[in-house]
Structure formats: C-alpha cells, structure tokens
Design a protein around this ligand. Structure first.
Ligand code: ATP
Ligand code: MG
Length: 409
C-alpha cells in the first residue's frame, strides 16, 4: 500500500505518553499505527478525543511489551484483541489487526491478521479506515481523504452488506453525516438504511442512546433528524421524536449564545410527548435516574418559566425550582416553544437571573420561632410557610430585621 499523504506532527502523536507507548511496541518489533477517529479528526483540524493504535502484534504480546516498558496494561477486550495502555492517566486502546470472520448483525467473531488493508476493510466508513504511522505517513486504502474533502460519508464496501453485518452502522452513518457530511447523503447508503431500519430494535437501548446523543451534539442535527424521519428510521427508534422545528431553533439558539450542545435538552425539544411519554423514552434509552428526571422536567416543567416573565416572577420560579441548571433549561425550552420568538437580549437577561439563586435564602428558620417563644409542633412549620409565602411575594427583599424584627446576623 502506498502512502496517501503526510500528516504534520500532532501534539497527541509526539507527546511523552504516545511516544512511550509506540516505543514500547517498537522495542519488541511490533509495527504500530494510529487508526480511526484520531487520524480523521487530525486531518480535518478538529480536536482529537481518543487516540487509538493498531498493531499486528497479538494482544498477549502487546501486554508483555507494555509491561516490559513499565506501562500499565489492562486487558479490556483481549478476545477481540484490545488492550488498554495507561500512562500518566492517559489511555490508549491498542487493538491487534483483525478481520471479521462471522457477523450476526450485532457481534462479530474476529480473527487476527497482519494485513493493514484487511483491518481497514472491516471498519465502517472510508474516513474511519485511515491509519497513520508514528512519523506521519497516512494510509488511505478506500479513498477516505477524498471523501472527507467532499463531505461524503461513505461505507467501506457495499452499504447494505455492511449494515447487515452490524446494524449499529446504520446509526453511525447518520451520526457521521451530521458531523462530517455536506450536501446530499450517499443514495446507496440511504436506501440501505431505509431497507434495514426494521432491524434497529435488536440494538440495546444503551447503544442507541450512545449514537443518538452523539448525533444530537452535532452543531446542527435537525437536517439529519428530518432525513431519519423521512427514510423511516425514526419510526423504529423514537416515533415520538417529530419536533424537529424546535430542535432547529434550539440548535440556533445554542450557537447564538455560544453554548455547547446539550444532547438531553435537544432530545426533550424534539420529543412530542407528555410526562408519561418522556418516562417511556427514558426507559427505552436506558437513561440514568437523574437524566430521566431532567427529561421529565424539561417536558413538563414543575414550575412554569418563560423568558418574557418579569424579574419578580422569574426569581420566584428560580426559587421554587431551587436548581439554577434546571431553571436555565426551562428558559431555553420556553424560548423555542410555541410562545416564541423571543429576542436574544431577553433570553440572555432571563438566563442571567439564575445567578441570583444563592442569594434567595429564607432568612428565618424554625429555631427563630422557637426562640420567640413558640411551642414545638406543626404550627411552627405552618408559620414558616406563611412567612416564606410573604417573603417570596415581596421579591425576597426582606432580611431578618424586616422579616422578624431582629437584626441581620
Ligand atoms: P469518535 O470521535 O466519535 O470516537 P471514532 O471514529 O473514534 O469516532 P469509535 O466508535 O471510537 O469512533 O470507533 C473507533 C474506530 O473503530 C472507528 O473510527 C472505526 O474505524 C471503527 N469502528 C467503530 N465502530 C464500528 C462499527 N460498528 N463497524 C465498523 N467499524 C467500527
Ligand atoms: Mg473514538
């Protein structure tokens, strides 16, 4: 295979930890290259998340070589050929070159190989099939560089066959299109996705959630979401997720406010469900309890919040929620809801109210009432409730002196 291009040295290629791992493998004569997402993203000048390495050395040998160099080696997926090297708290997945010998739509039985092209051929997309030697020679057996330049997300080989082997690839196709695609998606792939979408329910909720959340963190996922609805994909995943106009507005708003995409908030925006429906989606996607509760609150706010509310009302809602993050969530959701459009200035001001929360603390407590001679019992709680209601209605202005005739501490 000939070198397709040269990648300029990247910090993650030349840092101490990468060099130590590569040197450990090289010391035993093991050939090693960077593979997958790190090469793709480095080529595009995007931030690199995880650094994956492939080698023709079998996993037991990789373990030995790392240990010999004093690097922690964890057999994270030894049957599949994956060992994780841990050095200075950095992790590197080192995977032995493989080819799939048997696939059942979800899992593959693999065999190790020493052929780089075979290993590249089992990867899903041409842009994910790149590899790069430690000194920057990029190998591109399936035209991934040209595809990236054209914004073309394309399967290695026949789309239909590749999705039949592993139906998760159907979702990965849309996810990568949202992040790396430009223009119309590959028609052959789209047709295969449409035909094989009925197999999506065989995937676990965790895997679906992983893909959908990564799709939803694309800068502008609405167009791809529409495509998935239009080609009958969403019908097999989340038939309730049809509120794409709201998703578009939320994405634009995040962009205008300079906020990072928030996948759970975006999911809430796109769902057309009530609270029970939100809980059902949380179950399907195996959300954590905290995520489930947040989704339910986004769908059915426990306290009404709207950016056009006046300051007093906003502060009251914030106090009742008792959670600045949820208050911000609800401002943003309301801003893209049916009561919009709301100007950016108004939204910014409403969001800024969240900073008031620490100052909104009831200045009296039960012990103050006891100190004033009230008897213990349920009346203390009732009196406190009354004082609180009055204090809230007064826009939290009263301190201890006005509230209770005793000086502020
Ligand atoms: P990300 O930046 O989202 O992590 P990535 O390309 O690193 O993107 P991973 O899911 O971490 O994606 O997988 C690493 C590599 O493994 C991919 O680049 C691809 O080559 C290969 N890969 C992952 N999942 C599959 C799959 N289902 N089928 C074929 N190849 C896959
Ligand atoms: Mg990755």
């Amino acid at each position: 295979m000939t070198v397709a291009a040269r990648l300029a040295p990247q910090p993650w290629m030349t840092d101490e930890e990468s060099r130590a791992v590569i040197a450990a493998l090289a010391a035993g004569g093991a050939d090693a290259r960077f593979v997958g997402g790190c090469v793709r993203d480095a080529w595009l000048g995007r931030p690199v998340k995880d650094v994956d390495i492939a080698s023709h050395a079998p996993p037991e040998r990789v373990m030995e070589l790392l240990k010999a160099a004093g690097i922690t080696a964890v057999p994270t997926g030894i049957d599949h050929g994956t060992v994780t090297a841990v050095i200075n708290r950095k992790h590197f997945e080192i995977t032995t070159l493989r080819r799939d010998v048997e696939t059942d739509g979800r899992h593959a039985r693999v065999e190790f190989t020493d052929d780089w092209v075979e290993d590249a051929a089992r990867r899903d997309l041409t842009m994910n099939a790149l590899s790069c030697t430690p000194d920057g020679n990029v190998y591109d057996p399936f035209g991934g560089l040209a595809d990236m330049a054209a914004g073309r997300v394309r399967f290695v080989g026949e789309a239909r066959k590749r999705i039949e082997e592993d139906v998760l690839r159907l979702l990965r196709f849309f996810r990568f299109h949202a992040h790396y695609g430009r223009g119309d998606p590959d028609p052959e792939a789209l047709e295969a996705c449409e035909a094989l979408a009925p197999r999506l329910p065989t995937l676990s909720g965790e895997r679906v959630r992983g893909e959908l959340f990564r799709l939803l963190t694309a800068p502008d996922p609405g167009a791809v979401w529409r495509l998935m609805i239009g080609h009958g994909v969403m019908a097999h995943l989340l038939p309730q997720a049809t509120g794409v106009a709201r998703l578009d507005r939320l994405a634009r708003l995040a962009h205008d406010l300079g906020e990072a995409p928030d996948p759970l908030r975006r999911l809430a925006a796109v769902l057309e469900v009530d609270r029970a429906g939100a809980l059902a989606v949380a179950g399907t996607l195996r959300l954590s309890n905290a995520e489930r509760d947040r989704l339910a609150a986004l769908i059915e706010p426990p306290v009404p919040v709207h950016p056009l509310d006046d300051r007093v009302k906003r502060r009251q809602a914030l106090y009742r929620l008792g959670d600045a993050g949820l208050y911000r969530d609800l401002v943003l959701m309301a801003a893209v809801g049916p009561a919009g459009p709301v100007s950016l200035g108004v939204i910014r001001k409403a969001l800024a109210t969240a900073e008031d929360l620490p100052s909104l603390r009831l200045p009296v407590a039960g012990r103050d009432l006891l100190a004033l001679g009230m008897d213990r019992g349920p009346r203390v709680g009732e009196a406190l409730k009354q004082i609180e209601a009055w204090w809230i209605a007064e826009d939290f202005r009263s301190g201890r002196r006005t509230a209770w005739g005793s000086p502020d501490p």
